[in-house]
Design a protein around this ligand. Sequence first.
Ligand SMILES: NC(=O)c1ccc[n+]([C@@H]2O[C@H](COP(=O)([O-])OP(=O)(O)OC[C@H]3O[C@@H](n4cnc5c(N)ncnc54)[C@H](OP(=O)(O)O)[C@@H]3O)[C@@H](O)[C@H]2O)c1
Length: 268
Amino acid sequence: MKILIIGGGNMGSTFARSFIRSHAADSEKVMILEALAGKIEELKQAKIGRVFSDPGACVPEADIIILAVKPQASASLFDQIKSYVDEQQLVVSIMAGVKVETIRKGLGVSKIIRAMPNLPAQIGQGMTVYTSTDSVTRIELVMVQNLLNTTGKAIFVSDEAKIDAGTAISGSGPAYVFYFINALKQAAKEMGFSDSAAQLLVTQTFKGTAALFDQSDRSCQEWIDMVSSKGGTTEAAIRSFDKNKLKELIELGAEAALARAKALGLLG
Ligand SMILES: NC(=O)c1ccc[n+]([C@@H]2O[C@H](COP(=O)([O-])OP(=O)(O)OC[C@H]3O[C@@H](n4cnc5c(N)ncnc54)[C@H](OP(=O)(O)O)[C@@H]3O)[C@@H](O)[C@H]2O)c1
């Protein structure tokens, strides 16, 4: 099975590296098509697959074509590769907001998987939501699930609208977590900790809490109740969060991301 990744940027190179590192694909079977001259040399040095600049030399060879260019580069990419693509090839797009229908029209193919990964894919801790057209066979779906799993975890959704919802939760989610980490770090500094001490206090608290939650059967509320003794410090903070409607504000933020994902999809 030959895999072609189009766009060797952040995500494209992360995918190539993950496939090879996890032995899901042999480096001889991974191809990267990249437009940027400077990046081509960098990719060759990285030894994460064969690197191409000419679509005609790699697109016809591929069994799976992964589209990893920026959404705004998609229309010109479709024009460049359409004549080399055939019906048997499976197209996997990770481009945010570019709909299955747009890809079908742009490339004239029917086997399409649309996936939304997130940033921690870079360290094998990503979360991907993906969907597929009916023409994709069960075996092909399993093959792609295996590839996506090399970058972290992946869940299948049958309804494409859920890709927008996934974008609003796990796609944009790392930025929400960074936002909260930053705010708590700021509070730590205002209480007199140095920048590095504040960073350690907050990141270790996040890491430890996420790992604890992941390894337990308790809900978040059960854990909050466990650490909030009556009249204690944690209860004071949670009361303040509730009074200031922090939970509602987070929900509103995620809804704003969903509205934006839908609007971008309409533009595509
Ligand atoms: N980064 C994330 O966390 C993340 C998360 C979810 C989804 N995504 C999606 O992943 C995709 C890639 O994102 P990224 O951050 O990896 O972008 P990126 O770093 O800009 O990488 C895209 C690369 O593709 C190249 N390219 C553009 N048009 C091309 C063409 N026709 N043929 C060959 N190569 C071409 C670009 O070159 P030029 O610079 O010359 O254009 C660039 O080097 C985007 O669609 C994004 O929505 C990213």
